[in-house]
Design a protein around this ligand. Structure first.
Ligand code: NAD
Length: 498
């Protein structure tokens, strides 16, 4: 049961969490606003280069002095206490998540709950870190591989699922034995900053996890560039991800990127159409479409296309949009003005490209919030911009196809490759799709699904590396090869002659 939380009446002032204490950043003040009301929710003091240096040094010391050698058992205990702390504080975390990102409160609560489960799972990984042994190298020879934590991880996250995404990275980094310097999006920092004291109470030694508030250009950039961060784990847009990779390359840091998507959601004639319809709506419009996994392209096989399209459009029009505090509301406002304008521009682009606006396209500003109704384009051609580019809003492009081959061709025709889905009653079509769709995840007869055991990540412009699951933990580790000889040392190099 979560501790009840009374929402603050004025904006909350947040400092940076460095070495186990709140330290006000030395930089400018940044305000995060509620996208539904325009009111300030949080006031941040941006971490400067000096603050970043302090955080990196603290993380490095904590890593070297205790965390890298802490037993898996101890790490697991702390991670489990952290997940209990998250559940204790779920109402507060969900409130800030809702207030800063503009997602429905009910959805925010579900995301905190799912996040706590990721911390539980990471605890199991902390106790299961193993290498390999090589026992067949010869009589006097034995070798093994050890997995060792990389060091201080720079963890940078986006605004759209702040707590869920930090929970896909941080507990796995900690389970691996890494220390971390974390920077959430300046638009949605509160829930991540609140993790600081939760982790301290759970027993995490000070300095192992430092959380900094600030913009990408100042704080993010300094974290990427600091020589003590040995790995970059970044989730965000493809453009910034490429930049992070270039910065990492200068110091040969390991770089793991979770980036944008333009995901194809395929429905075949023989699918369970009721289930597919609900999943297609959920996939397209969850979080007002501001989701990397959005089923932004709905690919319908010709036999069912007309009827499926009709019902999809009809239901999309009925999705409740509005007050994020109401339990029946499924879509809130758009995060900010630039994103709102970008979505409206894409709606215009869709019309001028010749697609048919079958639902939505309507938008409004109400009491400080900017809303776009669920928007559906039909008659979309694969090469149109609305079928190629990530819009990051509640806009779904419907395309049709005749054969499975044609569906693969359309689905694979963007540079992205985060996820894809297919609904079919035909096992052989499902197996073919699993192999042929170019994506990090292929969902068959399900969508936006993901137990903590399963790795997640993208190919192509959607990223490099995997998070969550066993691989999510291994991502934060190096492999060291250790070789023992107990005799029979290889033939002498200098030999007896000398
Ligand atoms: P963004 O790229 O603008 O920002 C992401 C983070 O990077 C923020 O914390 C930001 O402050 C920081 N940043 C920006 N410039 C930086 C710089 N020069 N140096 C260091 N850090 C910098 O993305 P966003 O608008 O917050 O999020 C939306 C994007 O994220 C979409 O493209 C979406 O698809 C993607 N996303 C991907 C996944 C995934 O798992 N693949 C999940 C969620 C979101």
């Amino acid at each position: 049961m979560s501790t009840p939380f009374a929402p603050p009446k004025t904006a909350t002032l947040f400092s940076n969490w460095i070495d186990g204490s709140w330290l006000p950043g030395e930089g400018r003040e940044i305000r995060a606003h509620n996208p539904a009301t325009g009111q300030a929710v949080s006031v941040l003091r941006e971490a400067t280069q000096d603050d970043v240096r302090r955080a990196c040094e603290s993380a490095h010391l904590a890593f070297d002095n205790y965390w890298r050698t802490a037993s898996g058992e101890r790490r697991a205990e702390i991670l489990l206490r952290a997940s209990a702390g998250i559940r204790d504080n779920a109402e507060e975390l969900a409130w800030y998540e809702m207030a800063e990102s503009g997602k429905p409160y009910k959805q925010a609560r579900a995301e905190i709950d799912r996040s706590a489960m990721l911390w539980d799972y990471a605890a199991t990984q902390a106790r299961s870190l193993t290498g390999e042994s090589f026992g067949a190298l010869g009589e006097d020879y034995l070798a093994m591989t050890l997995r060792t934590p990389i060091g201080v991880a720079a963890i940078i996250t986006p605004w759209n699922f702040p707590f869920l995404i930090i929970s896909q990275k941080l507990p796995f980094a900690l389970a691996a034995g890494c220390a971390a310097v974390v920077k959430p999006s300046e638009m949605t920092s509160a829930s991540t900053l609140l993790l600081g004291p939760i982790l301290q109470k759970a027993g995490l030694p000070d300095g192992v996890c430092n959380i900094l508030a600030g913009s990408g250009q100042v704080t993010g950039e300094a974290i990427l560039r600091h020589p003590l961060t040995r790995m970059i784990s970044f989730t965000g847009s493809t453009g910034v991800g490429k930049h992070a990779m270039k910065v990492g390359a200068e110091q040969l840091k390991k770089v793991s990127l979770e980036l944008g998507g333009k995901n194809a959601h395929i429905v075949m004639d023989d699918a369970d159409l009721e289930a597919a319809l609900d999943a297609a709506l959920h996939g397209a419009f969850l979080n007002a479409g501001q989701s990397c996994n959005q089923g932004a392209r709905l690919l319908l096989q010709k036999g069912i296309a007309e009827e499926f399209e009709r019902r999809f459009v009809e239901l999309a029009r009925r999705i409740p949009v509005g007050d994020t505090l109401r339990d029946d509301v499924l879509m809130g406002p758009i995060i900010n003005e630039p994103q709102y304008r970008k979505i409206l521009n894409y709606i215009e682009t869709g019309k001028t490209e010749g697609a048919v606006l079958a639902a939505g396209g309507t938008f409004r500003e109400v009491n400080g919030g900017r809303y776009v109704d669920p928007t559906v384009f039909t008659g979309v051609e694969p090469n149109m911009r609305i079928a190629q580019e990530e819009i990051f809003g509640p806009v779904c492009a419907i395309l049709t196809f005749e054969t499975l081959e044609e569906a693969f061709e359309i689905a694979n025709a963007t540079g992205y490759g985060l996820s894809a889905g297919i609904w079919t009653g035909n096992t052989s079509a499902a197996l073919k799709a699993a192999r042929r769709l170019e994506a990090g995840t292929v969902w068959v007869n399900t969508y936006l699904d993901g137990p903590a055991e399963l790795p997640f990540g993208g190919v192509g412009a959607s990223g490099i590396g995997r998070e969550v699951g066993r691989m999510g933990c291994e991502e934060f580790m190096d492999v060291k090869t250790v070789q023992f000889r107990s005799g029979g040392y290889q033939p002498r190099w200098i030999g007896k002659a000398l």
